[in-house]
Design a protein around this ligand. Structure first.
Ligand code: 5GP
Length: 122
């Protein structure tokens, strides 16, 4: 985002349209699009449009509470959307940091569905 002094991420390029993506939901604050390398039959990523320093969840501040709530509510709406292949349980995940599998340092919520999931996760 504009207030963000950190380098542009891949997801900034999806927001700007420079990299095409299949957008499933969008408003002024967030964008949700299909993961290019899905880990389940249904796999959507929910991201804030203005990253504003939020490279990873553990960097979040109180000022970002409303935005985080909005992203989480959106993830829940997507998890209930049968037209996207969801509706029968979903795994909703945030990878925080490299050792947890985070590759893109622009906060994103994974919404996975369309299959069974095991617990604990790998
Ligand atoms: P992370 O590993 O950071 O939690 O998740 C990053 C996700 O972004 C991965 O699941 C990966 O498949 C997805 N991804 C990486 N590059 C692209 C891209 O160019 N387009 C889309 N739609 N997803 C991407």
């Amino acid at each position: 985002g504009v207030r963000d002094k950190e380098p542009e991420t891949l997801f900034d390029k999806i927001i700007s349209g420079e990299i095409p993506a299949t957008i499933v939901k969008e408003d002024d604050k967030m964008m949700a699009f299909k993961d290019i390398n899905p880990a389940a039959p249904a796999h959507v990523l929910v991201i804030p449009k203005d990253r504003n320093g939020l490279t990873r969840l553990s960097k979040a501040t109180k000022e970002q509470s409303e935005m985080l709530g909005h992203l989480m509510l959106t993830a829940g709406e997507i998890a209930a959307d049968e037209s996207l292949g969801f509706g029968n349980g979903a795994r909703i995940v945030v990878n925080d940091g490299k050792s947890a599998g985070q590759e893109v340092f622009h906060l994103h919520i994974h919404v996975l569905g369309g299959r069974e999931f095991t617990w604990p996760p790998g």
